[in-house]
Write a protein that binds this ligand. Structure first.
Ligand SMILES: Nc1ncnc2c1ncn2[C@@H]1O[C@H](COP(=O)(O)OP(=O)(O)OP(=O)(O)O)[C@@H](O)[C@H]1O
Length: 877
């Protein structure tokens, strides 16, 4: 027989085929189809792919989902019906195939007819008995997921659980049926499986097979709920009552917020951070709870009866066990709690503090599939980025052109001056910048560059201009540059740079627009890469405007959830306008009233607090196996980091200090050390420093500070020495003020004109942002108790009234030999305040040494044995 030719096969492929997915899959270009190698495109050859396509088509999923739900309801009714009418139907089902169908159909008593009776007969009578009900439940859950795209309960776990219960219920019912000798009437409850199994087991163990059935339940509970240990209650009656009460009060539909509100009422101090208003975590507490779960300690709890709160949580299996047997199971697996009980704090299920609680079944794939990527901006979903109209359009001042006459005259003067000193030049070219014009000279062969450089003052004199700067040689150009200030300079408006393409399309992490270069290009830098910036400039030369420009750039580009500012303003007036951003962009110490720090003592505390934040962040990065903030946040966004282990989205923190000189005078080493420490280490974890000073002298910009600030920016300074101090080279003393500046970064020196932003514009900007809905409070930095605070508190520590977690914390500290609050915080999952109180108590008990700045305290007890003795002594045993 003639085989079809290749072309005839191709033709058959090109025949119009009914394709259900046509609307979803882009239709291939006709020509491409006819011209391309068609053999590979034959859809009929790849069943797997077609099936995949069919499933990925939302219409198919919807159809299948609804079908499954309908079937599950039908089956459920059929099974229930069979359990009541099964006996009557058994003969009908038995004779169904020997008699006409219509006849059998009319005889059947099942509510879902003959089919219902038949299916129920198989599943209920032959197999699982009452356990068969699990089947329609599983089908319903699967159908629900397919139809609505989300899960009522985690499907795989629910299926596993229900399948177990199906078998187990059948076994238990089988046992009861056998024990009561009621197989004749009640075998429908246990099904064939349960009955036969029990009969077999009975012949082996007698009535002891109940132990087997009970043990199988125990095994299931252990593995399904990942139970690690059983704590027999050593609690007194009120303790137990307290502990049970502490876990049960819950509104059935309690959102995370409402839960936290009640927590806040209980212990206001425990609050660590403003609760982010992120809709995703609110709806699904299984996901990103930004607040660390607090372990509920076992302590006598005063009965608190809250009328709003009812014990309506559907008791989970471990709870039932706990209530009925008095044995508390410590549950490790968070997901074991069903969806609505996921509202519950994990540790609430344990009557004993459970520092070992580590939810490890954190299935990020499931989470991303169900909820999508984490979006920090959903904290403030309505937030509007500032509009360009808030900034003034300085049309009139736009261009200050240098006239041709001015250009030629300057060129000639330069040439003459150089010739007068015996220097010949081959060519001279001018490029006009906003503030200065650069004359680029190609010197004749044999001219020594140093000679030209030494003529700086003479050239300035002949041009009768201030602020001439000679760049000899121009880096990478083979020319010599002479910068001559323009008579009429251009004012670079903030609006013109913000609206520029370079800035608008910038993908930098922390883009800051620093100004215009000499060739009129807009210069945008990434503060995250700098990674810190030192700024100097004599008074009135544009430093404050420069800081405002920097802040404006960041506020224009960043969402409040991504950036926090710590503003230090010892001059008290420069940054006050930014007060309005308190609930959006500012960060402050928990106890401080003012979001902008003006008091030196507070500055020291804030800097140390940032060091703690840095340490905390490093610990988080270490746990997450990430090298820097970007990787960490990317991982968090993909929901691969478990918030219950303390992980959270980490915003960038930019610390701005407006006047370092003042601080160095009043606090010296106290500020120098944390600044240097932050500058050395904080880049990777997203804390960046911008430090400005009027006096760039060596006792302000010390070697320690300078070494850690590779990017430095100088406005006009008063002397060459100052210029050297800040830039390591002269030149800043030659600048012409009003935002004329030199940026030294990676050994490049660039002259820039800083944009101008006026106070009115800043005011409008801050009003615009500040009037929008923000967080409840400023971003809370970790609490830091200064030296004298620590001393004072020591007297207040009452060791008779120790924290319930005291022993646990002491053991932790001794095991790790590290007296750090953050260790307690992380390992015991406590708030900062409570961890701080614990460390004070540990100090009072002489388990740790006194406070030593941002370093961890000494641990005074060497091993656990000694510690246990100390603990006994404290208890008076
Ligand atoms: N980029 C700029 N473009 C145009 N004019 C500017 C620019 N920067 C500053 N000026 C002018 O210089 C004045 C002083 O600037 P600014 O207040 O920033 O100085 P400062 O260095 O902060 O002074 P101080 O240290 O005394 O606070 C401004 O009022 C403004 O008129």
């Amino acid at each position: 027989m003639a085989q079809p030719t290749t072309s005839s096969r191709q033709n058959s492929v090109r025949q119009p085929q009914p394709d259900r997915n046509r609307q979803n899959t882009p239709r291939p270009n006709r020509e491409a189809v006819s011209a391309g190698p068609l053999r590979e495109k034959r859809p009929s050859l790849n069943w797997g792919a077609s099936l995949d396509r069919w499933f990925s088509d939302q219409r198919s999923a919807l159809t299948l989902g609804v079908l499954l739900m309908l079937l599950s309801i039908g089956l459920f009714i059929a099974f229930i019906s069979y359990m009541t009418t099964g006996h009557a139907d058994q003969s009908v089902v038995g004779s169904a195939f020997s008699e006409p169908l219509a006849e059998s159909g009319t005889e059947t008593r099942n509510w879902v007819g003959l089919v219902g009776a038949f299916v129920a007969h198989v599943f209920v009578f032959r197999w699982f008995g009452v356990g068969a009900l699990a089947l329609p439940m599983i089908m319903f859950l699967a159908g629900y997921k397919l139809t609505l795209g989300r899960e009522l309960f985690p499907l795989s776990r629910a299926t596993a659980g229900l399948l177990f219960l199906a078998v187990w219920a059948s076994l238990l019912a089988g046992y009861i049926v056998l024990a009561t000798d009621s197989a004749e009437t009640a075998s429908v409850w246990c099904g064939g499986l349960g009955y036969e199994f029990n009969v077999t087991l009975y012949s082996l163990f007698g009535w002891g097979n109940l132990a087997f059935i009970a043990f199988s339940l125990f095994l299931f509970v252990v593995y399904f709920f990942d139970v690690r240990n059983i704590k027999l209650p050593s609690l007194s009656a009120p303790d137990l009552a307290g502990s049970l009460r502490s876990k049960s009060p819950k509104r059935p539909d309690a959102t995370l917020q409402s839960y936290e509100e009640s927590e806040i009422e209980e212990d206001n101090e425990e609050e660590e951070e403003p609760v982010p208003v992120n809709t995703v975590p609110v709806a699904t507490p299984n996901l990103f709870v930004e607040k660390e779960p607090e372990v509920v300690p076992v302590k006598p709890v005063e009965p608190v009866i809250d009328n709003n709160v009812q014990e309506t949580v559907s008791a989970s299996l471990p709870e039932v066990i706990a209530k009925t047997t008095g044995v508390t199971l410590t549950i490790k697996n968070r997901e074991s709690v069903t969806d609505d009980s996921a509202d519950a704090e994990p540790s609430e299920l344990s009557a004993t503090p459970a520092p070992t609680f580590e939810p490890d079944a954190f299935d990020e794939n499931d989470l991303v599939a169900t909820h999508g990527l984490y979006d920090s901006t959903l904290d403030l979903p309505q937030y509007q980025y500032p509009t360009n109209e808030l900034l003034t359009d300085y049309q009139n001042n736009r261009k200050a052109q240098v006239s041709d006459d001015e250009l030629t005259a300057n060129k000639e003067r330069i040439e003459t001056t150089l010739r007068n000193f015996g220097i010949e030049i081959d060519s001279i070219q001018a490029s006009i910048g906003p503030t200065v014009t650069l004359y680029e000279i190609v010197p004749a062969k044999g001219v020594r560059i140093s000679k030209i450089k030494s003529l700086e003052d003479d050239i300035a004199l002949s041009l009768s201009a201030l602020g001439i700067r000679i760049i000899a040689p121009m880096p990478g150009m083979g020319t010599i540059g002479i910068e001559v200030p323009n008579k009429n300079r251009e004012m670079v408006s903030m609006r013109s740079v913000i609206t520029s393409d370079v800035f608008a399309s910038s993908k930098f992490d922390l883009p800051v627009v620093l100004g215009k270069t000499i060739s009129n290009e807009i210069y945008v830098a990434d503060l995250a890469k700098m990674p810190h910036l030192l700024m100097a400039g004599a008074t009135g030369q544009g430093k404050s405007v420069g800081l405002n420009v920097l802040l404006t750039s960041l506020i224009y580009k960043k969402h409040p959830s991504q950036l926090k500012l710590v503003l230090v303003d010892p001059k008290k007036v420069e940054l006050t306008l930014f007060n309005k951003l308190e609930r959006h962009f500012l960060a402050k110490l928990p106890d401080s009233e003012e979001p902008i720090i003006t008091d030196t003592k507070k500055v020291v505390n804030t800097l140390n607090s940032l060091c703690i934040e840095m340490d905390n962040r490093y610990n988080l990065l270490k746990d997450a196996g990430c090298r820097n903030l970007k990787e960490y946040n990317a991982k968090f966004t993909k929901r691969r980091l478990n918030p219950e282990k303390g992980h959270r989205y980490l915003p960038y923190i930019v610390l701005i200090i407006d006047e370092l000189a003042d601080l160095m005078m009043t606090a010296g080493k106290e500020v120098e050390q944390p600044i240097a420490r932050l500058a050395q280490l904080a880049r990777a974890i997203g804390i960046h420093l911008v430090v400005a000073t009027q006096r760039p002298s060596v006792n302000v910009i010390t070697g320690l500070i300078k070494a850690n600030f590779p990017a430095r920016l100088s406005f006009k300074v008063t002397s060459k020495i100052d210029s050297r101090t800040i830039l390591d080279t002269g030149g800043a003393e030659q600048l012409v003020g009003m935002g004329d500046m030199l940026l030294s970064s990676n050994s490049d020196l660039i002259r820039l004109q800083c944009p101008f932003v006026d106070t009115n514009e800043i005011e409008d900007l801050c009003d615009f942002v500040g009037n929008q809905r923000g967080y409840d409070d400023a971003y809370a930095l970790p609490e830091f108790v200064g030296d004298e605070g620590g001393q004072g508190e020591e007297k207040d520590v009452d060791l008779d009234n120790r924290d319930p977690m005291f022993d646990e914390a002491a053991r932790l500290i001794v095991i790790h030999q590290q007296g750090s609050t953050s260790l307690i915080q992380r390992k015991l999952k406590l708030g900062y305040n409570r961890a701080g109180r614990l460390i004070d108590q540990l100090e009072a008990a002489r388990i740790v040494g006194p406070f030593e700045g941002s370093k961890a305290r000494d641990v005074l007890v060497q091993d656990l044995q000694l510690l246990e003795e100390t603990l006994k002594r404290l208890k008076g045993e």
